[in-house]
Ligand binder design. Structure first.
Ligand SMILES: Nc1ncnc2c1ncn2[C@@H]1O[C@H](COP(=O)(O)OP(=O)(O)OP(=O)(O)O)[C@@H](O)[C@H]1O
Ligand SMILES: [Mg+2]
Length: 100
């Protein structure tokens, strides 16, 4: 997810990494970038194997990273969420139960 944040941002753009516990005491890892963002109608496909959004096609990649991340997180009983705005940036949030 950090690789994505760097890859889909311009050089020297800020990336924020947050680690905290939410009110349920789940462990939350958030990676926020200010890069190309994801088109709204493609967000639902982001975790599909080999899916790459139209605005990312000129940048290299296989469309596998997020599928693997989601599978690992879910095997630990957690979940992954994304909030993104095209040309503005993306936030990926992994939520892991403390006892996973
Ligand atoms: N931080 C991000 N900003 C914008 N688009 C993103 C971001 N992260 C993922 N995406 C979009 O989601 C798609 C899937 O991401 P994923 O990491 O699975 O594959 P990839 O980066 O294309 O290739 P790789 O398998 O090498 O990671 C990307 O092709 C891109 O369209
Ligand atoms: Mg990737």
């Amino acid at each position: 997810m950090l690789d994505n944040a760097i890859k889909y941002s311009k050089p020297h753009q800020q990336i924020d990494v947050l680690l905290y516990k939410n009110c349920n005491q789940d462990i939350v890892i958030e990676i926020k970038d200010h890069g190309i963002g994801i088109p709204e109608n493609e967000i639902c496909h982001m975790f599909d194997r080999f899916y790459r959004a139209k605005n990312a096609l000129s940048i290299g990649g296989n469309g596998l990273g997020l599928t693997i991340v989601k599978e690992i997180i879910e095997k630990h009983g957690g979940k992954i969420e994304v909030v993104s705005t095209i040309n503005s940036g993306s936030t990926f949030r992994m939520i892991l139960p403390q006892n996973s």
